[in-house]
Design a protein around this ligand. Sequence first.
Ligand code: FAD
Length: 315
Amino acid sequence: MSEVLVLVDHVDGAVRKPTYELLTIAARLGEPSAVFIGPSAQGAEVAEKVKKYGAQKVYVVDDTEIKGYLVAPKAEALQQLAEKTSPAAILIPSSVEGKEIGARLAIKIGSGLITDAVDVEDGGVTTQSVFAGNYTVKSKVTQGTPIITVKPNSAAPQEAEGAGTVEEFAATISDVAKTAKIVASQPRKSSGRPELNEAAIVVAGGRGTGGDFAPVEGLADALGGAVGASRAAVDSGWIAHTFQIGQTGKTVSPQLYIAAGISGAIQHRAGMQTSKTIIAVNKDEEAPIFELVDFGVVGDLKSVLPTATEKVTER
Ligand code: FAD
């Protein structure tokens, strides 16, 4: 069976959940192999984690020559690894960085690229939501090694015993790949909540909050979810743009999306309509958001959300 390379998503060696999702998807296409670009010293620890999700091999690409630069060196390292291993496919997390790596890699190895897949079936057929969420399309790479970037929460990570054999891979990074240097980076202050793009549960508030996000945050915390927002809430200055969901914000695909005081404009739907279960709380029963929900509550979020929070906390 051919290998399927999965680029490990990590922060300083701490493996992030999308990696396990990608390994689960990789098993549908071939034999999952993880690619860890980071300090060699962390390779064994990463291997212990990813082998529990089926990684047979773990290629460790030491990042001494790579860190400190933007994405070009990573694409170059992946190119060299792809040339060595001739994988059946390459799966990359659908982050801003992941999509750029995918695009550069596709050009380098002459392959087709599919971005923002929300599902990948056996045989490499992917599902994507396009044109601001108006269409769901299925597509397949027809040239070269399929490179697919996959959105977080596209698969439930499934434990599977892999060998996790560590193999050091020495990539040669060209000078031209090192022309964009990181001059400063600052970790974002942690809210203690999951990352919006990765969260299994998102509670989002809109103009209907009237600027008071406490009920939204309360329910998000009770459910262990992330907080999101509509553009109207962001434009009103109630919450930072990093929380915005939609066409000009983030795209999320959680297991559960709760929209509170959000009307359901097409531009907002574009960022959340691939969520698995959608619940809306809106005091207007004619609000367009109710067209796409699994459950709808017609009511004032200021009373509905605190009641829901209380019930969740009691359990
Ligand atoms: P509104 O449309 O004003 O809806 C507020 C809702 O809250 C109403 O349905 C109301 O009934 C309900 N409500 C009021 N009070 C309560 C209460 N107490 N309890 C319960 N319900 C209540 N929007 C995005 O969200 N994301 C984007 O990325 C985005 N990008 C855009 C890009 C472009 C180019 C354009 C033109 C627009 C974009 N928009 C985006 C804006 C979008 O068109 C809508 O204007 C926006 O989504 C509306 O936000 P809202 O639903 O919070 O506000």
